[in-house]
Write a protein that binds this ligand. Structure first.
Ligand code: URA
Length: 439
């Protein structure tokens, strides 16, 4: 008997589980335009309330991953790794992690987005280098990963079109925030991108998609389970995004901070995160026997300068001017640099990351709409982070701006988002945990 979408909606609405065939039927039918938005919306809402089993979640992910092109990385020798971040403020992790891993002889094959919001995505940040090309053909991408050990490109091909349609639909029908739907959406794109090892950088806190730690862990667990179920080595690191990562927020400012980190002079939290993610990749790939060995290998490519050299090689291979890798400050073009001074003395108790991100966006560093043009030079560099002591009149942050009016607006936001207290806040671990497959 032919399947009917109506029956699938009814079954899920009443708490039943959909079979693999039923899931493939609606995913393929929707991708081809044969099943209308209103029926898929109703099914998404039924899933939102009734949830999905682990098996349904895996089947949905696989069906979405198979709905369009898939990257075939098999001709690249060695282990190919990919990394995904759930997003945060000041997140320049890929710019540091990928060259560290490639300098150790593994392959990083990464597709990145431009992103809406606080700053651009990794692709925008890389475009800070004059000439850098972010739209590689599939052949070029594969060649660069093979020869350089890493490549980062905007999406090539038509990857997971079912997810693209369904995510847009969920966005307007209040059905985004179901953990299984989020996990399958993210993982469908990662599976279609073809790597052998997938490391997930899951953030939690005020600047993260998952504000609550328990939700971040649930998302991490589900994604690891999906990846493992699909035959990929998958591991997640859950880390704190209750304040921006590092000090810099803004595209070129973040490139400068990434280069500092590759020189061994970066912020502690950013390095710690790269070390945790990097160790997961090295151990999952079998390149290191344990975490301590992996951490030592990672430290060595920083101290020897090999990771920085790899970054320069990568910039050159994608057409960028690698002279700026050694002097990234020369990329900055701003009319004014303005200190935001603390109104009182005390300990920095809280920094609302979202608000710092919004201040950077308002300066012109991020997109408010899909078509906004971003100013790569503007942004904010924090001078203090949670737990630091500040004197009245001392600088809390520095604004890099191309408009006096916007500087003022950003300053007000920054001051409102940083709370100063007489008491020192409790020290909280930055890495909240690592989620690996159940053996
Ligand atoms: N990011 C995604 O790619 N998908 C979701 O569903 C949520 C966040």
């Amino acid at each position: 008997m032919a399947m009917r979408m109506y029956d699938l909606i009814l079954k899920k609405r009443n708490g039943g589980s959909l079979s693999k065939e039923e899931i493939e039927y609606f995913v393929n039918g929707y991708t081809r335009g044969e099943i209308p938005d209103y029926q898929v919306s109703a099914l998404m809402m039924a899933i939102y309330f009734q949830k999905m089993t682990d098996e349904e979640t895996l089947d949905l992910t696989l069906a979405m991953a198979d709905s369009g092109d898939k990257l075939d990385l098999s001709e690249i020798k060695g282990i190919k790794a990919d990394k995904h971040s759930t997003g945060g403020v000041g997140d320049k992790t890929s710019l540091v992690l990928a060259p560290m891993i490639a300098a150790l002889g593994l392959k990083m094959a990464k597709m990145s987005g431009r992103g809406l919001g606080h700053t651009g995505g990794t692709i925008d940040k890389l475009e800070s280098f004059p000439g850098f090309r972010t739209a590689l053909s599939e052949d070029e991408f594969i060649r660069n990963v093979s020869e350089v050990g890493m490549a980062i490109t905007g999406q090539t091909g038509n990857l997971a079109p079912a997810d693209k349609k369904m995510y847009a639909l969920r966005d307007v029908t209040a059905t985004v925030d179901n953990i299984s739907l989020i996990a399958s959406s993210i993982m469908s794109k990662k599976l279609a991108a073809g790597a052998d090892v997938i490391v997930l950088d899951v953030k939690t806190g005020s600047g993260a998609f998952m504000k609550e730690e328990k939700d971040a862990f649930r998302l991490a667990e589900e994604m690891v389970q999906i990846g493992t179920g699909a035959g990929k080595k998958t591991v997640a690191v859950v880390s704190d995004m209750d304040q921006p990562l590092g000090y810099a927020v803004g595209n070129i400012l973040e490139v400068i901070e990434a280069v500092d980190t590759l020189r061994g002079k970066g912020p502690k939290d950013l390095y710690e995160l790269c070390e945790a993610l990097g160790s997961c990749i090295l151990t999952e790939a079998g390149a290191a026997s344990d975490r301590m060995t992996a951490e030592k290998m990672l430290r060595e490519v920083i101290s020897s300068g090999a990771a920085l050299e790899k970054f320069a090689e990568f910039i050159r291979a994608q057409g960028g001017d690698d002279a700026f890798v050694y002097e990234p400050e020369k990329l900055l073009q701003v009319k004014e640099i303005h200190d935001v001074r603390s109104e009182k003395s005390g300990y920095v108790f809280r920094i609302l990351s979202d608000e710092i991100g919004t201040a950077s966006m308002l300066l012109g560093g991020g997109r408010q709409t899909k078509d906004s043009v971003i100013d790569l030079s503007v942004g904010i560099v924090l001078k203090k982070k949670v737990g630091d002591y500040v004197e009245a009149g001392e600088s809390l942050a520095v604004i890099y701006s191309n408009s006096g009016e916007k500087t003022k607006e950003a300053e007000e936001r920054i001051l409102a988002s940083i709370s100063i207290s007489d008491t020192k806040p409790p020290v909280r671990p930055f890495i909240k945990g690592i989620v690996a497959a159940h053996k």
